[in-house]
Design a protein around this ligand. Sequence first.
Ligand SMILES: Cc1cc2nc3c(=O)[nH]c(=O)nc-3n(C[C@H](O)[C@H](O)[C@H](O)COP(=O)(O)O)c2cc1C
Length: 306
Amino acid sequence: MSDKLKTKFLGKTIKSPLVLPAGIMDMSFSGLNYAVQNGAGIVTSKSLTLEPRMGHKGPVVAEFEGGLLNCMGLCNPGIEDGLAEINQFKKHSDIPVIVSVFATNILDFLKLTKYVNKSKADFLELNLSCPNVFDEFGIPLSASKEKVGEIISAVKKISKLPIIAKLSPNVYDISEIALSAESAGADALCLINTVGPGMLIDTKMVKPVLFNKFGGLSGPCIKPIALKLIYQTYSAVNIPIIGMGGVKSGEDAVEMLMAGATVIGVGTAVYCRGIEVFNKINDEITKFMKEENYKKLSEIPKLKKL
Ligand SMILES: Cc1cc2nc3c(=O)[nH]c(=O)nc-3n(C[C@H](O)[C@H](O)[C@H](O)COP(=O)(O)O)c2cc1C
C-alpha cells in the first residue's frame, strides 16, 4: 500500500483512509482482521446492544441494481461478547477499532459506555440512526437535535474514548443536528447511515422481497444524497467526518474527501466487489493522486464551504 495514503484520524495514524463501517462484516475478530488484511485502515463493529439480539426473520438483505436493501434488525451478540471479540482482535493488531453501540434511551447508552470503557477499543460510535428496536423505521433519534445533544453530553461525561456520532440521512436539516452533536462534545461524526426505508416486490410471488417488507437502502443509489449531506455537515462543523454511502471506487472516495470527509467508509461495495475492494480503492486513490500530482492525501482539495 502506498505511503501516500497514510493519514491521521482523531490522533491515530492510519495506513489507509478507508473504514469498514458498522454492520458490514460479522462480529468475529477474524471478520475484522479480514478487512484489515485487505486494506482497511480502521474497522467498526456491528452496532452492539446491552443484550444479544436475533434480528429479523430472513430474507434480511436484497440486492438490486442500485445497491442493497436491508432489514437486519440490529442482530448482534450483545455488548459483552462483542467486546470480547474486539479485545481478541486488538491482541494481534494495532489497527484502530470503532465500537458501535445502539440503545433507545440515555440510561442504556451510559451502561454501554461503561462496558466500552473497560475494553481495548479505540473509539466509541453512537448509532443515533434508529428510533427503537420495535419500530426500526420510525423517527430516528438523530432527527431531534435536543435528543442528540442530551445523549452525547451524557456519554461524554463518562466516556474514556473519543465519541463518534453516527447520523441518519432521514432528517430535515442535517447541519443543525451536526452542530448539536459537535457542541455536546462529539469528537467526530459518521454519516450517512442507510436511507429510506424502501421496498422491493417479488412479482412472481406477489409479495415484498424482504420478510420485514421494508429495509434501508445502501450502495451506489445513495451516493449523491451522502455527498450532499456530508458537504452540508462539513460546511457547518469543525470536527472530522467519516463519510460513507455508496463508495465503490477510488473516484467515489475522492468525491467523499472533496465533500469534506476526513476518512471514507466502504460498506455495500464489500458485497458487490468482494473484500478486496479496500485494496482496489486504495490503489485507485493512489492512481488518481499520481495523475493529479497530489503528494499526500491532505493535498486533495475540499470544496469551498457553503
Ligand atoms: C447489511 C448492513 C448492515 C448494517 N448494519 C449497521 C449497523 O449495525 N450499525 C450501523 O450504524 N450501520 C449499519 N449499516 C449501515 C452502514 O454502516 C453504512 O452506514 C451504510 O450502509 C452506507 O454505506 P454503504 O453505502 O457504503 O454501505 C448497515 C448496512 C448494511 C448494508
